[in-house]
Structures are given as structure tokens and as C-alpha cells.
Design a protein around this ligand. Structure first.
Ligand SMILES: NC(=O)C1=CN([C@@H]2O[C@H](COP(=O)(O)OP(=O)(O)OC[C@H]3O[C@@H](n4cnc5c(N)ncnc54)[C@H](OP(=O)(O)O)[C@@H]3O)[C@@H](O)[C@H]2O)C=CC1
Ligand SMILES: Nc1nc(=O)c2c([nH]1)NC[C@@H]1CN(c3ccc(C(=O)N[C@@H](CCC(=O)O)C(=O)O)cc3)C=[N+]21
Length: 306
């Protein structure tokens, strides 16, 4: 069966298109009202998975009517210089969203950078004050990949209440937020990581299996429950049989799709939806900034009109 007509593939593209169309409407109105959204991406060094992401951010931001600028820094930049650059973006009213691409070189403390982004411009929800929201079930701006992964599970129509879900990988940007989002939806969540005694034993019990590790073909068919939904979040660059560079996930898709009822392809699964949700988050952040303007200056406007 060819990829395009295999209904087991849970594709991100159609959902992403719907979201981007809605974002475009919001962005057009905001721009007409004098609040043009503008996203700035900060990249430090050269990482293949980041390059793919930034390329797609630029393309989809343009489609959505959101300004986009990439600031690229050399891998030997100091943490202080980066923080200063972020403070500059915080203070610039033309910049309405900031995303720091991960990973950053080992000498840069990523948490310090994420905490330097003003929470109102934090379009990924990675500031400590923002990430706490998902613990409190406030889900309107969540880390993009986690939100994209959960949204694709919902596309299956499965009832998340009481669903047995296993998440493999517990990074703060993907695995942990997925677990919190799913708990908010009523799922029963098990989180595995490199110290888990048998990932396979847990994975085989899952009605829905999320994999975010960064290891090609980590999940094989014998680790998947028949009929399960498998969400493959990995984005790994490798050289294919034709000698060309290609992107593969963390799941051995060819074998797993014979066992699973749904599987997200890589490319074409979680990735495109992640980009769309980043743009949606950019509008959520912009609207919060507008609310602050209204709260601060709105009364004076009324007085001036009297
Ligand atoms: N599609 C998308 O939109 C996105 C894709 N990605 C991709 O997802 C993957 C994961 O990204 P990210 O979470 O940032 O990566 P990290 O490297 O930060 O985290 C990887 C996680 O996998 C765990 N792990 C490592 N080895 C094993 C193992 N053998 N069995 C079980 N768990 C293991 C690690 O556990 P421990 O910490 O205990 O070692 C860690 O929690 C990458 O391929 C990345 O490119 C990332 C973001 C967005
Ligand atoms: N702070 C931060 N947040 C992230 O979410 C983050 C990050 N850093 N660093 C890098 C990884 C990787 N990542 C991707 C997202 C989308 C695609 C994507 O659009 N993929 C498409 C296109 C593939 C292609 O064009 O070849 C697809 O899978 O179909 C890829 C990779 C986000 N990440």
C-alpha cells in the first residue's frame, strides 16, 4: 500500500493547514489594527533538526501573515551576550514573540536563556512561569511539539479519559509537557526514560505510545500493542540508502505500521503541526500583549475621548 492512501498514517499537514488559515485571519485583523505579529527565532550554532524547523517556520509564518526574523549566533558566543540580545528583543515593541531553538551549546545554560524571555513574548511556553500553567490545566499556550502530538492523538477520535498512554522520553520541552497535557485530558500516563528497566514492557501496554528520544528505529513492532496509536516525534537526520540525507523518526515505521492502527509519518506527522501551533501561540502571546496595552492605556483613551 502506498503512503498517500494508507489510512493508518496520521498526517499533520491537514490539521496544520486549518490552524494556519485561522492564524492568518487573526494576524490580518491584528495587523490592520496596528499590532503586526512578529516572531524572532534565536539559533546558536548549527544543528540539522533546528535548520529544518527554522526553514519551515519562515515559510509558514509568511503564509500566515506573521513577520519572521532569524537571529543566528556562533556556537562560541557567551551566555551573557545571548541574554543581552534577548533583553533587547524583550524591550523592542515590534517583536511580539521569541523562540530559542534547542539545543544550545553545552557552555550556555538553556534555563537561564528561557527565563530571560519575557513571559508575554514566550511563544513556546518554556519560561518557568509559563510552563507552570500546564500543571494548573491552563492549556491555551503549551510547548508546541507537545501540543501538536496530543492534537494528533485527538484526531483518531479515541477517548482520552482513562486511556493507557506511555511517553518515551522525558525532556522538559517534549516528554514532560506531553505527560501533563494528557493528564489534564484524563489519560493514565506512564513516562519512560533511559533509566526505565524495560521500555518495551511498558510500551506494549499502551493504547497510545508517544516517542521523543532522538534515536532512529528505537521502537520496533514487538514493542507495540496491536491496534495502538503511535506518535513518532523524533526528527533525526541520517544518510539514506541512496546516499542522500533524509529525516527519520524514532519509530521503525515500516514494521510498526503493520501492528498499529495509527502512526504518524516522519516527515509529514508531528513536524508540520508543531510549526502551525508555534504560529498559533504567537497570536495568543500577541493578544496577551494587547490586553496589557488596553489595561495600561485604555482608561486614558476613554478620558481623552470625553
Ligand atoms: N517534531 C518536532 O516538532 C520535534 C522533534 N523533536 C525531536 O524529538 C526527539 C527528542 O527531542 P528532545 O526531547 O528535545 O530530546 P532530549 O535529548 O532532550 O531528550 C531525549 C529523552 O529521551 C530519553 N532517552 C534517551 N535514551 C533513551 C532510551 N534508550 N530509552 C528511553 N528513553 C531514552 C532521555 O532520557 P534521559 O534524560 O533520562 O537520558 C530524554 O528524556 C529528537 O529527535 C528531536 O529532534 C524535538 C522537538 C520538536
Ligand atoms: N525550542 C525548540 N523547540 C522545538 O520545537 C524544536 C527545537 N527547539 N529544536 C529543534 C526541534 C526539531 N523541531 C522540528 C519541528 C518541525 C519540523 C518540521 O517541520 N518537519 C517537517 C518537515 C520536514 C522537511 O522539511 O524535511 C516534517 O516533519 O514533515 C522539524 C523539526 C522542533 N524542535
Amino acid at each position: 500500500m502506498s503512503r498517500s492512501d494508507d489510512s493508518r498514517y496520521l498526517r499533520g499537514g491537514p490539521v496544520a493547514q486549518r490552524i494556519i488559515a485561522a492564524v492568518r485571519e487573526d494576524a490580518t485583523i491584528a495587523t490592520a489594527e496596528g499590532f503586526p505579529p512578529k516572531l524572532v527565532s534565536i539559533t546558536v550554532g548549527d544543528i540539522a533538526a533546528v535548520d529544518v524547523y527554522v526553514r519551515n517556520q519562515r515559510a509558514k509564518a509568511e503564509l500566515a501573515g506573521i513577520g519572521f526574523e532569524e537571529r543566528r549566533f556562533a556556537a562560541d558566543i557567551t551566555a551573557g551576550e545571548l541574554e543581552a540580545a534577548i533583553h533587547g528583543l524583550n524591550a523592542d515593541p515590534r517583536v511580539t514573540g521569541i523562540i530559542i531553538q534547542r539545543p544550545v551549546p553545552a557552555h550556555i545554560p538553556i534555563k537561564t536563556l528561557q527565563a530571560a524571555v519575557h513571559p508575554l513574548k514566550d511563544v513556546e511556553g518554556m519560561h518557568p512561569a509559563s510552563i507552570g500553567n500546564i500543571v494548573y490545566n491552563q492549556l491555551d499556550l503549551a510547548p508546541c511539539t507537545a501540543a501538536a502530538s496530543v492534537e494528533l492523538l485527538k484526531e483518531t477520535g479515541l477517548d482520552l479519559k482513562g486511556l493507557e498512554v506511555v511517553v518515551v522520553g522525558h525532556s522538559e520541552i517534549v516528554g514532560k509537557p506531553i505527560a501533563f497535557l494528557l493528564m489534564s485530558e484524563g489519560a493514565t500516563v506512564t513516562v519512560c526514560h533511559h533509566m526505565t528497566r524495560s521500555v518495551a514492557a511498558h510500551a506494549r501496554r499502551a493504547d497510545a505510545l508517544f516517542v521523543a528520544v532522538g534515536k532512529p528505529r528505537l521502537i520496533k513492532a514487538d514493542m507495540v500493542k496491536p491496534g495502538a496509536c503511535v506518535i513518532d516525534i523524533g526528527i533525526n537526520a541520517e544518510i539514506g540508502p541512496d546516499g542522500e540525507s533524509r529525516i527519520v523518526g524514532d519509530v521503525d515505521t515500516e514494521s510498526v505500521k503493520e501492528v498499529a492502527s495509527w502512526i504518524t509519518p516522519v516527515p509529514g506527522g508531528v513536524g508540520p503541526l508543531t510549526v502551525a501551533i508555534l504560529l498559533r501561540n504567537t497570536m495568543v502571546a500577541l493578544n496577551r500583549q494587547r490586553a496589557l496595552y488596553r489595561a495600561t492605556f485604555g482608561v486614558a483613551d476613554t478620558l481623552a475621548a470625553e
